[in-house]
Design a protein around this ligand. Structure first.
Ligand code: UDX
Length: 454
């Protein structure tokens, strides 16, 4: 099928490249001419495993093309709208989607079949359909959300658990085209109305974020009672009704989706007079996780972090991506500086950009060229992102060059046996592991005991 995609960002680019891989002819359109030119050269501007290969394949087979002008949608069977939904403050906005839909409806040569893929707040698509059909009654609109995670987006697209199609009025033909488009995936396709489809998307994300926050609050409780939160979530996860995924405690969730959506959904509820206290509490809980980790670090070190030199390992919002948006690792660095610490940071793919982003908020952090360089001379180490290389660090070589002897591992990636054998204390989300090897530079007290200290 000859189709077009509007927006060459995380969603549009993955969608276009994957649909081309499935045999369609796809024209990807973006107003950013520079981005389009780079894509024409096969240069993919986002760090997404497998995407480079799919773009190269699409270009080589002549199934994928990139255009800076909306006229490239002319003659295509349908256009998928995958433009951004975040405003300058990182909050959800439908403004760009609304403008794209209006421009397409106003262009009689553009397809009359519009498919919105950008995440929409429930009730938005009905408004978009009304707008489009007020311009041209022959427009048909569907909402087809994506459920792709960064760093695994290609796999999530090609192997989804389900495809969701929200159908607007009189959109039977468009629904059939979407079924044809997704048939090669051989996965369940759920047909529903526009608002239900929007709600499936946002509710899935907010539920996953709630699961994470539940695990994070469990970590706090377990630290105070002496339980091992990792055994707890493993035990819970074996219950098929709960499931183990998205139940790993950490420094909080970040990214361009969960944080903005756990704020947008309760805001929508309030706007329609609905009380949703559980949903509204998720953002508050998430924001507090970094400080809980740092409170534990202060307690185990026996005092304030003011003046301490702290190495922060990882700045991106999760491993496998270069995305720093609302990263909990950045929040850890920012909160450390707020506590008077001197922070030196390293990230395998985003040190400079992360340090610059912090500096733009007047948070001064020193960049390091390697994890080892950050750790040398540090009073303590804080792990903010679960990059695999942090599992391999040689603590027997690093402990002697640290000034202190505590690691606060917010991501459970540190080799506890190796680090404690090197004389370090490792605090893994509230669970303290005392040194087993050479005496540590500082006296370490089990956090369960410490946690009860006022
Ligand atoms: C999310 C949704 O998973 C995806 O379906 C949607 O389309 C886009 O938003 P993404 O934000 O890319 O995907 O990453 P995800 O893997 O979901 O992680 C989100 C955040 O939660 C990250 O900061 C991650 O570190 C954190 N997380 C995830 C946890 O802290 N614990 C977990 O168990 C899982």
């Amino acid at each position: 099928m000859l189709i077009s995609v509007l927006g060459a960002g995380y969603v549009g680019l993955v969608t276009g490249a994957c649909l081309a891989h499935l045999g369609n002819h796809v024209r990807v359109v973006d107003i950013d001419a520079t981005r389009i030119e780079r894509l024409r050269q096969g240069e993919v501007p986002i760090h997404e495993p497998g995407l480079d290969e799919l773009v190269a394949e699409g270009l080589a087979k002549g199934r994928l093309s990139f255009h800076a002008d909306q006229s490239a949608t002319h003659g295509t069977r349908l256009v998928i709208v995958a433009v951004g939904t975040l405003d300058g403050d990182g909050e959800w906005t439908g403004a760009l989607v609304e403008r794209a839909v209006a421009m397409l409806a106003e262009d009689p040569q553009a397809p009359r079949h519009l498919v919105v893929r950008s995440t929409l707040m429930p009730g938005t698509a009905v408004g978009l359909e009304r707008l489009a059909r007020s311009i041209d009654p022959s427009v048909r609109l569907c909402f087809n959300p994506e459920f792709t995670r960064e760093a695994v987006a290609v796999r999530d697209f090609l192997e989804p658990d389900r495809v969701v199609v929200g159908a607007g009025a009189d959109a039977e033909d468009l629904v059939a085209e979407l079924h044809e488009l997704y048939a090669p995936l051989e996965k369940p396709i759920l047909d529903t109305d526009l608002t239900s489809a929007e709600t499936i998307k946002i509710a899935s994300n907010v539920f996953l974020a709630t699961k994470i926050s539940f695990a994070n609050e469990l970590a706090r409780l377990c630290a105070a009672t002496g339980a091992d939160v990792h055994a707890v979530v493993d035990g819970m996860g074996l219950d098929m009704r709960i499931g183990r995924s998205f139940l790993s405690p950490g420094p909080g969730f970040g990214g361009s989706c969960f944080p903005s959506q756990v704020r947008a959904l309760p805001a929508l509820a309030r706007s329609v007079g609905v009380e949703a206290p559980l949903i509204a509490s998720v953002d508050v809980s998430n924001r507090g996780q970094a400080d809980w980790i740092l409170d534990g670090l202060e307690r185990i070190r026996g005092g304030s972090l003011a003046g301490a030199r702290i190495a922060v390992l990882g700045l991106t919002f999760k491993a496998g991506t270069d995305d720093l948006r609302e990263s909990p690792a950045l929040r850890l660095a920012e909160r450390l500086v707020a506590r008077g610490a001197q922070v030196v940071a390293f990230d395998p793919v985003a040190t400079e950009r992360g340090v610059a982003l912090l500096a733009a908020s007047d948070v001064q952090v020193e960049p390091a060229s390697t994890a080892e360089a950050a750790i040398a001379g540090a009073d303590a180490v804080v792990v903010g992102t679960e990059w695999p290389e942090f599992r391999q660090l040689d603590w027997s070589a690093l402990a002697p060059v640290m000034r202190g002897s505590v690691i606060a591992d917010g991501r459970r990636v540190v080799d506890v046996d190796a680090a404690t054998a090197a004389g370090l204390t490792v605090v893994t989300l509230g669970v303290a592991h005392a040194p087993t090897g050479p005496e540590p530079a500082a006296v370490a007290v089990p956090i369960a005991t410490v946690a009860t200290v006022a």
